[in-house]
Design a protein around this ligand. Structure first.
Ligand code: PAN
Ligand code: ZN
Length: 187
C-alpha cells in the first residue's frame, strides 16, 4: 500500500471525498471583473456564493503527463441579466485540453478562440460530456434554477491564465433574453 490514495475519490452526498481534496469558494466580491452590468453587480451582496470548486491534485502542479480532477458547483442566479458563471481562463500552456462531464442542473459551456474573434457555447445537461480543445478559453454559466455541477479533468502541467480574461473578458456574454440564454456582444 503506498500513499498515492489521492487517486481514489468518491462522490457522495453531493461532495467529493476519500482523498486530499482542496475546496475553494468564489463569492460576488471575488468576481468584480467578470460581470458586465456594473450597477447590478454593485447591488449584489458581497458575500453571496457564486460557485465552489473541489479539486484533487494527485501529482505536483507542473508534472508532465499527470491529470487533475475537480468538481465545480455553480449556484443559480444572475447579475442583471447575466447568469452566474465562472471566471473563465485559458490554460497557461495553451495547447492543453480538458474534459467536462455535467452531473446535475443545466448550463452552458462558453468557449472562445485564442484571438478572441469567436465565441460559442455548448449546452450542459446531466450526462453531457464536453471536450475542450487546447488554445480555447472556457467558462461555464448556470442557466437553470438549481445548482449546476460538473466534473473536470485537465493536465497537471496546464496551469491557468486568468489575467487575459480579467483584462479583456470574453468577447460575448451570456444573458437571459425573453427567457432564453443568448450570447450577445459584450457591451
Ligand atoms: C475547471 C475550472 C472551474 C472553475 O476546473 O477551474 O470550473 O472555473 P475558473 O477556474 O475559471 O474559476 C477547469 O477548467 N480547470 O482547468
Ligand atoms: Zn481549464
Amino acid at each position: 500500500m503506498n500513499d498515492m490514495v489521492a487517486a481514489k475519490l468518491f462522490f457522495g452526498k453531493g461532495r467529493l471525498a476519500g482523498g486530499p481534496v482542496e475546496r475553494l469558494t468564489r463569492r460576488i466580491a471575488d468576481l468584480g471583473d467578470i460581470f458586465s452590468d456594473r450597477e447590478a453587480y454593485a447591488r449584489m451582496p458581497a458575500d453571496q456564493v457564486v460557485y465552489e470548486v473541489e479539486s484533487s491534485f494527485p501529482v505536483a502542479a507542473g508534472t508532465e503527463g499527470g491529470l487533475f480532477i475537480g468538481i465545480t458547483y455553480i449556484h443559480p442566479g444572475k447579475v442583471g441579466e447575466e447568469y452566474f458563471m465562472t471566471k473563465g481562463h485559458f490554460h497557461e500552456i495553451r495547447n492543453r485540453g480538458e474534459v467536462y462531464i455535467c452531473m446535475e442542473g443545466e448550463g452552458m459551456l462558453i468557449l472562445m478562440n485564442e484571438d478572441h474573434s469567436s465565441v460559442w457555447a455548448e449546452k450542459m445537461e446531466p450526462g453531457s460530456i464536453h471536450y475542450i480543445n487546447g488554445h480555447t478559453a472556457h467558462r461555464t454559466a448556470n442557466t437553470g434554477s438549481t445548482v449546476l455541477s460538473f466534473g473536470a479533468c485537465w493536465p497537471s502541467d496546464a496551469g491557468h491564465d486568468y489575467r487575459t480574461i480579467s483584462e479583456r473578458g470574453f468577447s460575448k456574454i451570456l444573458v437571459e433574453q425573453n427567457g432564453v440564454p443568448t450570447l450577445v456582444n459584450k457591451p
